[in-house]
Design a protein. Structure first.
Length: 268
């Protein structure tokens, strides 16, 4: 019997029906298996859980068959500690069951910060550093002619904070800043003095100083430099200085002449 004759028989059609039936059954089984394994078509809408506690948000996601993964934590002075800050994918999106959803939460404890502020540092610079580190502060001024406008100390709960000592972000400290005691005095005459003599005189008068050399001195010849100019200049008619003021001192190794303009008393 030829092939063409065979396919016209009932037996051939019965075998063909068996083959098609088995193929269809296998296709259906494969489709059901893949649907079960991959959750094909089973999407859920992500609710907004921002501001909820981590435990509460996790329970909500568990009910939706979503797995919570914490990827970051940040500090906030105002947010509820341990609550959800951000989520990805964002709320309102759809996601397949069994997939991961990523949370950024607010820290339970604040991070520690090194204040990095030394005694004598400019108060305005210290304020910026404290603000950037999230540390609140109150300023207290104390009469101290050696630290006018500069940091004397930083205290927290009555204890002085060291340069490398850590503080919790959100802490409040007291920034102690020096101010003049209000006394005034005549501008000193520093011309011709060495820088050691000038510093000694200024300190005895509760004045601060800044030194400027015309050339960089070596350790062996620094005493050969003498003061040629100062700001404010010495003059019997100069305006009195407040204690704690800064006097700029300019030194040179080359002999210089005194500027006599303004040294004489003004004529009535």
């Amino acid at each position: 019997m030829s092939f063409f004759q065979y396919i016209k028989t009932k037996r051939a059609w019965k075998h063909l029906a068996y083959i098609v039936g088995i193929y269809v059954v296998l296709m259906l089984l494969s489709w059901f298996y893949l649907s079960w394994y991959t959750g094909h078509g089973e999407y859920v809408t992500i609710p907004d859980v921002r501001g909820k506690s981590l435990a509460e948000a996790t329970d909500i996601m568990d009910d939706l068959d979503l797995e919570v993964v914490i990827i970051d934590s940040v500090w906030s002075d105002t947010a509820a500690k341990g609550s959800v800050k951000e989520m990805s994918p964002s709320f309102g999106s759809t996601l397949k069951e069994g997939r991961e959803i990523y949370f950024t939460i607010y820290r339970l404890t604040p991070p520690m910060e090194i204040i990095n502020i030394k005694q004598g540092e400019y108060a305005d610079v210290a304020k910026v550093k404290l603000e950037n580190k999230g540390i609140a502060f109150d300023v207290e001024y104390q009469a101290n002619n050696n630290f006018v406008g500069n940091v004397i100390a930083i205290r927290c709960q009555g204890k002085e904070i060291g340069y490398n000592q850590p503080l919790a972000r959100g802490s409040r400290v007291k920034l102690v800043v020096g101010k003049s005691d209000g006394r005034t005095l005549q501008v000193p005459d520093l011309f011709g003095l060495t820088y050691i003599e000038a510093i000694r005189m200024l300190k005895s008068m509760d004045l601060q100083h800044q030194l400027f050399f015309d050339t960089a001195p070596a350790a062996t010849d620094s005493l050969e430099y003498k003061i040629c100019r100062q700001e404010p200049p010495f003059s019997p008619a100069s305006v009195p200085l407040s204690t704690g003021s800064i006097v700029d001192v300019y030194l040179s190794k080359t002999p210089c002449e005194r500027d006599t303009v303004g040294l004489s008393l003004p004529q009535p």
